[in-house]
Write a protein that binds this ligand. Structure first.
Ligand code: DLL
Length: 433
């Protein structure tokens, strides 16, 4: 079998890529206008019609789409095809309101698969490889997305999903897994566990890892590479746009190529919405130009980033994005789960606590920890340890139901959380990323 590399697309001239983008964007805008009333309404409010969009140079005329639009149209108000044409739905973690549901036609699954297959090929994957998918399967896009890509490349695919570290290591050993796909924090944890078991890098069959879904640093990359004796590559994506594979790293390991035949990227000023010149740091905005079921026009990712168009040593001409450098909203990603402080606040308020709390995020042995300190009111105050434990457990259960995450809750005495002079410091993120 030929390797999955598609130089006619991935190394196409900038003129060719722009020509594809222009043609697909024009079609996409018409599709959205004809089929999604709320997009049409937003365009009308801005005084734009499909005729105003003749090429990607007209993109700036279109209104932005934000998470709030997705929330207002939950669950399927932005879907542009009849239900009967949809074959799959995925969703982000988070509860109703904050949850995003993404719909796919078979065509959408095919193009997403294509993106993931490119990512696996870019790290050297071929039908000779064993690819272990340790991202979660299910509503999360990580597991199934890379699974599809791995099978398209022709790798022997191991759909092990996340967790169960001993079993992961056993499969890596027994099957001779060469490519590992999981979050970078889980990769670091697996590496540490193998090291503790006395496995040296030359005894570990892995050669590459595809790690994404959360922020990670260059130091973490070096650590993972050294403990497992592999090359560690980044991969970026979001449920709204399909899932992993919107952008992927190549042999140069210096930023991720965006699949520009499927997505147009822009960088904007998060405060003014103004499009910034090439090389500027700002919020990453994507338009999906050939998705059918869930097309997004100028979707504000909230990820802060820089785009680079310099020539890449791998030969690809697709624009590169740097590692996301933070977010322009307050979303945290804890053990791969998207968490908004407001969700934690809702649980506290529902249990009768005032909104005096502090969220402390840390990392112990490569696993994220979530600690919530909650102030009791003077009326609630007690020094009965049993009673405090009972109340803490109630909140732990409430948080687990809301977030799907285990948190540690500590009830603290009234007025013991330091009041800030300005904005309250609700979140302390001690992770070094
Ligand atoms: O995390 C999709 C994915 C799965 C990507 C597996 C890569 C690998 P969501 O759960 O919708 O989708 O979260 C999307 O995660 O807006 C970023 O803030 C963050 N994110 C994703 N990849 C990276 C990365 C998946 N490589 C949100 N570096 C995005 C930093 C990332 N942040």
């Amino acid at each position: 079998m030929e390797r999955y590399f598609q130089p006619e697309i991935e190394c196409a001239s900038r003129e060719q890529l722009k020509a594809w983008q222009d043609e697909r964007l024009v079609k996409q805008v018409r599709h959205v206008w004809d089929n999604v009333p709320s997009y049409r309404k937003k365009m009308e409010e801005k005084g734009v019609t499909p005729e105003d969009i003749q090429s990607s140079a007209d993109l700036y005329k279109l209104p932005f789409t934000s998470k709030a639009d997705l929330r207002d149209n939950y669950p399927d108000g932005l879907v542009a095809v009849p239900r009967s044409k949809c074959v799959r739905v995925h969703a982000t973690s988070g509860t109703t309101g904050k949850r995003v549901m993404a719909f796919y036609t078979q065509h959408d699954i095919d193009l997403w698969t294509d993106c993931c297959a490119r990512a696996i090929t870019a790290v050297g994957g071929s039908e000779e490889d064993v690819c272990q998918i340790a991202y979660g399967y299910g509503m999360f896009t990580g597991g199934i997305g890379l699974d599809q890509g791995s099978r398209r490349v022709g790798c022997l695919t191991v759909p092990i999903s996340s967790g169960n570290t001993d079993r992961q290591i056993q499969f890596i050993r027994d099957l001779g897994t060469t490519i590992l796909c999981c979050t970078p924090s889980y990769a670091a944890y697996l590496g540490e566990s193998m090291h503790e078991m006395g496995m040296t890098p030359d005894q570990i069959p892995l050669k590459a890892g595809i790690f994404g879904a959360e922020a990670w640093s260059e130091e973490m990359r070096q650590d993972i590479q050294n403990t497992m004796g592999i090359k560690a590559y980044d991969i970026y994506g979001l449920t709204e746009l399909s899932g992993p594979g919107v952008a992927f790293e190549c042999s140069a390991q210096s930023g991720m190529h965006i699949n520009e035949d499927h997505f147009i990227a822009e960088i904007i000023d998060p405060d003014t919405g103004e499009v910034l010149p090439e090389g500027s740091k700002g919020e990453l905005v994507f338009t999906s130009i050939d998705k059918e079921a869930f097309p997004l026009l100028r979707y504000r990712t909230r990820d802060i980033c820089i785009l680079k168009r310099e020539k890449c040593s791998c030969g690809r001409t697709l624009v590169k994005m740097c590692k996301p450098m933070g977010r322009s909203d307050d979303m945290l990603i804890i053990r791969g789960v998207n968490v908004f402080p407001s969700q934690i606040e809702t649980v506290l308020l529902n249990h009768g606590y005032p909104a005096n709390y502090q969220i402390i995020v840390g990392r112990v042995k490569s696993t994220d920890t979530l600690d919530v300190h909650v102030e009791m009111t003077p009326e609630m105050f007690t020094d009965n340890v049993g009673e405090i434990e009972r109340r803490q457990k109630q909140l732990v259960d409430g948080l687990r139901a809301m977030l799907g995450l285990a948190a540690k809750v500590t009830l603290v005495a009234p007025k013991s959380i330091v009041r800030s002079e300005g904005k309250a410091v609700r979140v302390i993120d001690n992770r070094k990323i």
